[in-house]
Structures are given as C-alpha cells and as structure tokens.
Ligand binder design. Structure first.
Ligand code: NAD
Ligand code: LMR
Length: 323
C-alpha cells in the first residue's frame, strides 16, 4: 500500500473545513494511495478538531488511511510528505493582507524551526496563511534542512480567478483558456498578465479585448477579488482557497498541463530581486518546477511587475529580524 502523509495547519479553521474534504474526495493521487492526515491547530481548537475528525470518518472516504489531530507541531510535521501551512489570522474588512504580517510572522518562524527538526527533507511545503509570499520567505529561512525548491506559496487562487473572469467576459469555458498567469505578490499589486493568454490555442479573442476592459476592469478585479469576497461574505474566501490549494498540490504531484502560477524563491529571473517569493509563470515536469523563460513583457507589464516586486521587498524589510 502506498501512503502519503499530509499535514494541514489551521485545521479547525474555515479553509481547512473545505480543504480536507476536497483532498480526500479528490484525484491528486492514484486510487491505490492512502492518505494520512495530520491536523494541527492551537489547543483551544482541539474540541473543534475532534468534530472535524468525526465528520471525516463519517464520509467513509476510500482513500483515507488515518487522521491525527494534535496541538503539537512536532507531531503534526513528523514524516509528512506535504505540509499545507494554512493556520494564521485572516484579514477582515478594510485591511490589506500585509497588515497581517507582524501578527502572523511569528507563527511561521516558530513552525519553520519545528519543521526543520522534524519533517522529512523531501517534504513539500505550501504556504497559504497571509501574507503568503513573505511568510514563505520566513519558512524558507527557518528550514535549512529542506531544499528551497520544495517551498512554494499559493497563487493559484489568483490564477483561477483571472481565468474565470476572462471566461465570463469572452463567453468561453475555463478549460479553453491557457497561458494566463499572475506575477508577483498575492496582494493588490499582483499582475494578472493576459498578454500571452490563448483561447483554444489562439490569441485572436484576447487581442480583440479593449485596453479599457483589461486595465480598468480585469486587472483591478483580480487584484482586489479577495477584498470583494470579504465585502460580501464578511469573511475571507475559504472554499475557493481550498479548491486552489487542491489544484496547486495536484500540479506538484502530477505536473502542469498549462502555465502555472506559484510563488517561488526568486533568483534574479526576469531581473527580479533575489530572496523574495515571487509568482512566475511555471512548468512542472517530473517533480521539478521550472520558470518559463522569455515570456514577452511590454513596458506596461514591466511597470506592474516592478511595482509588485517593490512591495515584496518592503514586506521583507519589515520582518528582516526573522530571516
Ligand atoms: P480561520 O481563522 O478560519 O482559521 C485559521 C485557523 O488557524 C484557526 O483555527 C486558528 O486557531 C489556527 N491557528 C492559528 N494559529 C495557529 C498556529 N500557530 N498553529 C496552528 N493553527 C493555528 O482562517 P482561514 O479563513 O482558514 O484562513 C487562514 C489563512 O489563510 C489566513 O491568513 C488567510 O488570510 C489566508 N488565506 C490565504 C489565501 C491565499 O490565496 N494565499 C486565500 C485565502 C485565505
Ligand atoms: C484571498 O485572496 O481571498 C485571501 O488572500 C484572503 C484575503 O485576505 O483576501
């Protein structure tokens, strides 16, 4: 029997309540692979975690091997194949994600150290708690035993949002759209880049979109979609975030069929400052994440990209003592 151990932090929270069931009902691994879930939350949330565990059991998922619920990070991270770092404070109305930086940074530096001591070197870490890119940097700096390539931050929610908004505008299905990517930070400075996008492998429909729609509607809508959800729900996105985490892990395990967007450690590619987690256009092949080189960038695209890079550098400055 093959087995994968998946750790989810913040497992009593909103995202986890969708994510757990999406993973267990999903198709990330072949059907012979069993999944052990290690669910971590703070001590006060243990009664909720017990309820979640009972509900998981009640689903009788055929891929489920076992569930561990715990408030001990050492136990949660031990032998894990995938660590999904969701546990962190979400923003509320009127806040920017970067406003969470000082509140959440200590969670990630503490957990980074524990992961470093307890997890397998091959574990893959996906950072979701906001601000996700800079928290990923904190994790990377505190997990010297884990290769940097194993750490990524979630941008797939932004990419899915961009695809869906474009599909509604052009009256096509999401699976007909390809090469639509998001650069930079998971924040209002991110750059959803439509310039290389194709519909049915053809750019005709994209070229027919007006600059006014792209610049005044599409880009700001994607950039501010998280706030739009909070405005309506009174809480931050949860089901769509969980679905995007599923898609991100699916791509890591099964490879990419389209250009992927993930935050990864920059190393001067596209002239971006190194040592920030920056979302690039990526291919994932044979377990390797590769930046797609030589994507065409207009002057206006470069301005957007420089702006989101600048924000990531300033976030890094704020938490420099934790690096
Ligand atoms: P939530 O408040 O519903 O749940 C967070 C959970 O984390 C809570 O159960 C809390 O007890 C737990 N927690 C807090 N500190 C912890 C610690 N040290 N160890 C383990 N668990 C801990 O929040 P949510 O809606 O599930 O969102 C979680 C995070 O994900 C937020 O920071 C939110 O902004 C972020 N988010 C990111 C994206 C993205 O695309 N990157 C999308 C949506 C939400
Ligand atoms: C999102 O994009 O929905 C999340 O990052 C939550 C938020 O604060 O916007």
């Amino acid at each position: 029997m093959k087995k994968q151990i998946i750790t989810i932090t913040g497992a009593a929270g909103n995202i986890a309540y969708s994510l757990i069931f999406r993973i267990l009902a999903g198709n990330i691994f072949d059907q012979d692979t069993k999944i052990q879930l290690n669910l971590l939350d703070i001590s006060a949330a243990l009664p909720i975690l017990m309820g979640v565990k009972l509900e998981i059991e009640d689903c009788a998922f055929r891929q489920l091997d076992s569930v561990i619920i715990t408030d001990k990070p050492e136990e949660a991270f031990a032998d894990s194949d995938f660590i999904l770092l969701v546990g962190a404070k979400p923003r509320s109305k009127g806040m920017q994600r970067a406003d969470l930086l000082l509140d959440n940074a200590n969670i990630f530096s503490a957990q980074g150290n524990i992961i470093n001591e307890n997890a397998k070197k091959t574990t893959k870490i996906i950072v979701v708690g906001n601000p996700a890119n800079t928290n990923a940097l904190i994790i990377e700096k505190n997990t010297k035993n884990i290769p940097t390539e194993n750490i990524s931050s979630l941008m797939r929610l932004d990419q899915n949002r961009a695809k869906s908004i474009l599909s509604i505008k052009t009256n096509c299905r999401v699976e007909q759209i390809s090469q639509l990517i998001v650069w930079g930070n998971h924040s209002a400075t991110q750059y959803p880049d439509i310039n290389n996008a194709l519909i049915n492998n053809n750019n005709e429909k994209i070229l027919s979109l007006s600059d006014q729609w792209i610049l005044d509607e599409f880009i700001p809508r994607v950039q501010n979609r998280g706030a739009e959800i909070i405005e309506h729900r009174g809480k931050s996105s949860a089901a769509s975030a969980a679905s995007a985490i599923h898609d991100h892990v699916y791509a890591l395990v099964n490879g990419s069929s389209d250009w992927e967007s993930m935050g990864i450690m920059s190393s001067n590619s596209y002239d971006i400052d190194d040592q920030i987690f920056f979302s690039y256009p990526l291919n994932i092949v044979n377990d390797e994440i590769k930046i797609i080189d030589a994507v065409n960038l207009s002057e206006s695209s470069i301005t957007y990209i420089k702006n989101t890079e600048k924000e990531l550098i300033s976030e890094r400055d704020i938490i420099k003592d934790l690096l």
